[in-house]
Design a protein around this ligand. Structure first.
Ligand SMILES: [Fe+2]
Ligand SMILES: [Fe+2]
Length: 277
């Protein structure tokens, strides 16, 4: 299935960027999360990831790179990315924290050259920069958890607010006119539609959307909601894409990432759809 409706397409990596017309000066992003590498996944993604070299200028990974966050799994991830020659921008997901080995795992990814963002930025060129945080949960709209009552509840909300502040500072720090946000947790409710209602407050929070709107992010990518919805927008109109691999593969079997073009501010709002066969 080719997605022709708005600003992007799900790809299985067989398309070639040279064959896809796009606006001059734009940057083509390939984004995916939740591939959850286990120790039995050696070689499962290596060729698929290598195809990104022909299809995009940058690879964005939205967390849950591993199943349990074990060092052996981080090692598999590094191996799967071995043939990628374009820059890689990533955040970790909750699964990557599970074994408490995320700091060493992060060093392994950074040693590979991955721009692993945790309140940090990466400027691809003078036009396009990335701000990344894992994000956190807490719910949406009037159902959002508030810091009321027990200290444990307040600590929980504070953890969310810390991530929001990290995102805000990272977006503020970017000097590029085009700012791309990379998250694991969802910043809007629209892209988790499809998940069981009972777990939706654990899939993200729209507290994360406020910095996206305030700093005029060109686009945001997230994962985590495997059964969610591909696209939505913040109240301020920022496009948001849930690029969780299980979701992409539900939309297009064999898919490996979502392709999206961003360009200079005047053209960002009109980023045009691309056709991928
Ligand atoms: Fe996941
Ligand atoms: Fe997750």
């Amino acid at each position: 299935m080719t997605d022709r409706s708005i600003s992007g397409a799900i790809s299985n990596g067989h398309e070639r960027r040279a064959a896809q017309p796009r606006k001059s000066g734009s940057v083509r992003i390939a984004a995916v999360g939740d591939f959850h590498c286990g120790t039995d996944d050696v070689g499962a993604y290596r060729e698929l990831f290598a195809r990104v070299n022909d299809e995009a200028e940058v690879l964005v990974l939205t967390g849950d790179l591993t199943r349990w966050g074990a060092l052996a799994e981080f090692k598999v991830v590094v191996g799967e990315l071995a043939d990628v020659t374009v820059p890689i921008v990533a955040v970790l997901g909750n699964h990557d924290y599970e074994s408490g080995e995320m700091e060493v795992g992060s060093r392994m990814l950074r040693a590979r050259g991955v721009h692993l963002l945790s309140g940090d930025t990466f400027e691809l060129n003078p036009t396009v920069g990335f701000a990344g945080v894992k994000g956190f949960m807490g719910g949406f709209g009037r159902g959002m958890l508030t810091p009321f009552g027990e200290p444990e509840t307040k600590a929980f909300v504070k953890a969310t607010l810390n991530e929001v502040h990290s995102l805000e500072l990272a977006l503020r720090r970017l000097s590029t006119p085009v700012r791309v946000a990379v998250l694991h947790y969802a910043p809007i409710a629209a892209t988790i539609v499809g998940e069981p209602e009972a777990i939706q407050p654990y899939l993200g929070t729209d507290r994360l959307a406020e910095p996206l709107d305030r700093f005029g992010a060109a686009v945001a990518f997230h994962g985590h909601a495997h059964s969610g919805t591909l696209r939505g927008t913040t109240l301020g109109g920022v496009p948001v894409f849930n690029v969780s691999l299980p979701l992409l593969r539900k939309e297009r079997p064999g898919a490996m990432y979502y392709i999206y073009d961003v360009s200079a501010p005047a053209a960002v709002a009109g980023a045009k759809a691309i056709s991928l066969g």
